[in-house]
Design a protein around this ligand. Structure first.
Ligand code: PMV
Length: 302
């Protein structure tokens, strides 16, 4: 049976989540945790492995791109990326599904086109996505992202490890984005100042990342966490893990992604990794040393 496999990575946002929805810059790195999609011709469309409305939208987008709208195509999904915890599983799924179907029909969209299709699909998850998740999933590595202006690849300097802590508390990106929208509506001047601060943090962090100034990066992550707490997207469980990581010697720690549950991320120098992992576990989280990936979307026959 003719088939085509493609995969795409998840991500962790280091700086600027939520503020990126309002046009401020944000920084994300790709994780070597991937969603793999295999597309094959069949009589009646089915999705194996993961059933979300998002996959059906991704299939529609891809078929439209290859001028096969309405035809049947089947997709089998596999993933080692935890779902709905802020590590970009929905964007990675959209990118992998679209790439597998276009690949099946012998077409490879440009990265920008693939990004735009995945962004359309993300709108099934929440109405106003900034695009940072599909951008990092398509491109891999580390990027500075600004809504409407695209990506700037970042060269990572310095010696550090990212440790992720999953609270295990479910959350919805759409609900958190809506919560921030209401905050911005009720406190427009406060939001303006917080946005400006988030923007300064992201540009200083870009410099620190490129120079490998890990102490400064850690400090900026702590400040960024404070802003996220201020707009109401932290939670007791996230705070517990953030403080546990800091106490165990992390250079900085913050929630990552939409918040309200899901994951936090700590920046850790080599010697302290074990201590931070243990501290997160003791504080009730599920720790994971984040495997950073240079590779974005990958096309290949399975
Ligand atoms: O879905 P998550 O948890 O990775 O959050 C995405 C990041 C947000 O800034 C909260 C939303 C967006 O569209 O950028």
């Amino acid at each position: 049976m003719e088939n085509f496999t493609a995969s795409a990575p998840g991500k962790v946002i280091l700086f600027g989540e939520h503020f990126v929805v309002y046009g401020e810059p944000a920084i994300a790195v790709a994780l070597d945790l991937r969603v793999e999609a295999t597309a094959y011709r069949c009589e009646k469309s089915i999705v194996e492995g993961l059933r979300t409305p998002l996959v059906e939208r991704a299939i529609e987008e891809a078929l439209r791109f290859v001028n096969r709208s309405g035809e049947a195509v089947c997709v089998r999904l596999r993933s080692n990326l935890p779902i709905s915890v802020g590590l970009g599983s929905s964007a990675a799924t959209a990118v992998a599904v679209i790439a597998s179907i276009t690949g099946l029909f012998g077409v490879k969209p440009s990265r920008d086109r693939l990004f735009r299709m995945a962004l359309e699909v993300e709108k099934t998850v929440h109405v106003n996505p900034s695009g940072i998740d599909p951008a990092i999933s398509v491109n891999g590595g580390a990027i500075l992202y600004r809504r409407g202006r695209g990506i700037e690849p970042i060269k990572l300097g310095g010696d550090f490890t990212l440790v992720i802590g999953n609270t295990g508390v479910p959350r919805s990106t759409g609900a958190m984005v809506e919560k921030v929208r209401l905050f911005a509506e009720n406190h427009p001047r406060v939001m303006d100042r917080l946005r400006a601060a988030a923007s300064s943090i992201a540009s200083e962090a870009l410099e620190a990342l490129e120079k490998g100034d890990v102490e400064k990066l850690g400090r900026l992550m702590d400040v960024n966490h404070g802003l996220l707490e201020a707009i109401g997207v932290s939670s007791l469980e996230l705070e517990r893990l953030v403080y546990a990581a800091r106490r165990a010697g992390a250079l900085g720690a913050k929630l990552t992604g939409a918040g309200g549950g899901g994951c936090m991320v700590a920046l850790v120098a080599g010697k302290r990794v074990e201590a931070v992992v243990e501290a997160i576990r003791k504080a009730g989280g599920e720790p994971m040393v984040a495997p950073i990936s240079r590779v974005g979307v990958l096309y290949g026959n399975g």
